[in-house]
Write a protein that binds this ligand. Sequence first.
Ligand SMILES: C[S@@+](CC[C@H](N)C(=O)[O-])C[C@H]1O[C@@H](n2cnc3c(N)ncnc32)[C@H](O)[C@@H]1O
Length: 407
Amino acid sequence: MTTPEPDGGRAAALRVKLADELEASGDLRTEPWRATIETVPREAFIPSFFERIDTPQQTMWRPITPELVSQQARLELTYTDETWVTQLDHHTWPVDTAVPIPGEPTSSSTLPGLVVRMLEELQVEDGSRVLEIGTGTGYSSALMSARLGAELVTSVEVDAEVAVRAKEALAAIGFMPDLVTGDGLLGYQPGALYDRVIATCSVRHVPKTWVNQTRPGGLILTTMLGWLDASSGLVRLEVTGDGTAEGAFLGGTESFMPARPHAAPRLGDDVYTWIDEVETTERATAAGPEILDPWDGWTSMFIAQLAVPDSQLLIYGVDGGPVIEHIIDVNQHAIAILRKLPDDSTVVRQAGPVALWDSVEAAISEWRNAGSPPLEQFRISVTPEAQTVWFGDPVGPLSWKLPTNTQ
Ligand SMILES: C[S@@+](CC[C@H](N)C(=O)[O-])C[C@H]1O[C@@H](n2cnc3c(N)ncnc32)[C@H](O)[C@@H]1O
């Protein structure tokens, strides 16, 4: 690897400082990964990026580019433990604007603490062949190439322009892993079997291809997301052969952007019209909207997502009134609308062929009866027929089938 040092060694010092911080936080645990953090230049992968600015109205993205920000200031930001967004809305890059703009992040360099935590959790050994899903900027591919040798690393990126940029950045520092442009949910059969699969985008279920392309005894590390949109869980599965795998949630509140085909569908304006007009039945509920607050109830939010896996969460006020939680399953034309009353009790209005909030309430009640176990005590089982997330007993009351109707 060639390390450009246009800054007289300042970047090298910042890498050592970052490694110290990541070791202190517990994300960085072993010497070989420390060596990679100390040598791989993150600035080669994020010459430009967006800085998040939260305003009361909306989130804006400020471009940090060589034209707008000094090299020294960019370098300092590069070596903070932050995620730096590199693409908005699938087509906008930092150099496309001189002023802050709104947008939806669609590619990024994940915060180094999470990258290295995942690499530690991947439990690679010398000689491990790794398949990465979500090349992004190429920084994590570079860390793996430095640790294992680029010839053992395959990385798949769905966005062609992102993939080209990653390839150039990797080549500029002398790494040539096998870079594939395509849908990583299909894995990459020509490189199989792999010892490890790692995804830096989130999935609703574990793609069969990953299980089939991993050798028995190999590991798959990924975050699982739900469509209520905030709570996700990092899981590590061991492949047991014949299309089966099993593993545990590892704890933490890490989240990644969804793998493109696994993202919740965008809701059209017709949905809001339907919400305004639909006839609902109202009742009191003991399960209030706090169970859907990711910061209050990371696990309860995850349980709710398991109970109504095709539902999305919309939070907004009506006619200047208080903010209200709407849970909506567009495919089934079902909705549950939660409203807090002045005495702090909650009422729910429901409509549709399934009572969404009844399902959430029942799941939360079972979870509370079991002592409200945290997500890291849950497991996941994958067979060719079904995927189940469970606590205690894979067919017990705290077990849910994941939606596997997409790739
Ligand atoms: C958080 S970024 C990856 C960060 C990256 N590992 C790094 O270190 O810079 C997630 C990436 O996953 C990509 N992605 C999303 N869905 C994908 C899919 N189905 N297959 C492959 N890549 C996907 C996105 O385009 C994005 O570049």
